[in-house]
Ligand binder design. Structure first.
Ligand code: ATP
Ligand code: MG
Length: 410
């Protein structure tokens, strides 16, 4: 434990050392989680919706604007964070056209895990609330505790451009995969970002020279959180690559993954967390003048990228077709889901696959459904045409979505 106290009139942030990521890989002892009931109240376009689910994969079919993604987003809020659209709490409350403020909203679910049921609920009690409330079996708890009961891996159409856009989106995508296995990764990333903002504020402030002791403290925090982030990413990448190589997943192109960031590479090469932390702290201290004149931090785990190569073609993912890129991303997601599904002491994940069938040819679509079935995971999929899910009939629960109303398909 490292603690710093008062520094002049200002309080230096207290530093509590994080536990290394590997310790937290598989925390709680729950397996094969699936939602058996889902209730939405004043959530997006839904006034009220109630779904009874039997644990099989779920597909939602309906026209544009029907409310399919809204439902997936509701499920994604059973994880800490802002859900699969990254929306604010105010945005998701139901709003009539012209209304400035959304209503108070809630989503609730029963998670069934090997016959045991847990009630999860989240929402805001008043329209302008700045935090959402999370209840687990009636007890109000921090959102982080949701990860004790459910993990999620998701794919959205926004990720179709994953290999074409900048590194930030790829890092975020990869961090979500890391987070599904190592929930504390999110706390490390948040602590890192907060300290980073504060350090840059100090370095770029006009006038008096920055307070060196405070900078030291912030950089210590950055180095500590940054080393853990790098380690969690490197560990996850290694595990994912082993999973992909081991499974084959023939209908999906094989991916060769690497992390380009200096700190992740140091961890992948076997460096101890303490050595990464020490080196990062030194690099940050040296980089002060350079970062101050650049107006941004030029070193650290916020700079790395995820590189993906289509193994058979030996081409970077960015040079592959749209469908091939989608299949490469699916390969990563399924590999992570498979790892988590096997981990006896972590909650198994559910998959949220928005418009997943759109870019896949028939063979790959069938392979995806087979894979989901083989994993035994609950997946929520959406599409505008029922025929996209023909191969899933009798193996899944289908719902027609229209005007924010849900009807079971026979
Ligand atoms: N806060 C809100 N209150 C009320 N309606 C909302 C709110 N936010 C979004 N909507 C409405 O929800 C609808 C979009 O729903 P959703 O994104 O789930 O559609 P979808 O079925 O996924 O459509 P697509 O096939 O185009 O992806 C839109 O009509 C939008 O106006
Ligand atoms: Mg949609």
């Amino acid at each position: 434990m490292r603690r710093l106290c008062e520094n002049g009139s200002r309080l230096v942030p207290k530093l509590t050392r994080f536990a290394p990521a590997s310790e937290t890989l598989y925390e709680p002892a729950v397996t094969a989680a699936a939602l058996s009931r889902l209730t939405l109240t004043n959530f997006r376009s839904y006034t009220q919706a109630d779904l009874v689910l039997d644990g099989r994969p779920v597909f939602l079919v309906g026209p544009n604007g029907a409310g399919k993604t809204n439902l997936l987003e509701a499920v994604s809020l059973f994880m800490p964070g802002r859900g699969l659209r990254g929306s604010s709490l105010a945005e998701v409350g139901r709003r009539l056209p012209g209304e400035a403020q959304g209503r108070a909203w809630s989503v609730a679910a029963v998670v069934s895990t090997k016959g045991e049921e847990t009630q999860l609920g989240t929402g805001v009690e008043s329209p302008g609330a700045s935090r959402r409330t999370v209840r687990i079996d009636g007890e109000t708890l921090p959102p982080g505790r949701l990860a004790d009961h459910l993990r999620q891996v998701w794919l959205t159409p926004a990720q179709d451009r994953l290999f074409l856009d900048g590194a930030t989106d790829r890092r975020r995508f990869f961090d979500r995969l890391v987070f599904a296995a190592i929930p504390r990764h999110a706390a490390h990333a948040q602590a890192y970002e907060r300290a980073q903002r504060e350090r840059m504020r100090l370095l770029t402030r006009e006038g008096a020279a920055p307070d060196a002791a405070w900078l030291d403290a912030l950089e210590a925090r950055l180095a500590e959180a940054g080393a853990l982030m790098a380690e969690a990413r490197a560990t996850t990448l290694w595990a994912l690559q082993s999973e992909i190589d081991g499974r084959g997943m023939r209908p999906f192109p094989q991916a060769k993954l690497s992390l380009t960031g200096e700190w992740e590479q140091m961890s992948a090469a076997g460096a101890e967390i303490a050595d990464i932390e020490a080196k990062l702290a030194r690099a940050l201290a040296q980089a002060r003048p350079r970062d101050a004149s650049a107006g941004r931090a030029l070193t650290g785990p916020h700079r790395g990228d995820l590189a993906v190569i289509h193994a058979e073609k030996d081409r970077p993912a960015a040079e592959c077709s749209t469908g091939e890129q989608k299949a490469l991303i699916l390969n990563l997601i399924l590999a992570q889901a498979a790892r988590l599904a096997r981990a006896a002491s972590a909650p198994s994940p559910i998959l949220l696959l928005d418009e997943v069938a759109a870019h896949l040819d028939r063979r790959r679509r069938a392979a995806l459904f087979d894979e989901i079935e083989a994993l035994g995971l609950q997946a929520f999929m959406t599409g505008t045409d029922a025929h996209l899910f023909d191969e899933l009939r009798n193996r899944a629960q289908g719902f027609a979505v229209e005007g924010a109303a849900l009807d079971p398909l026979d």
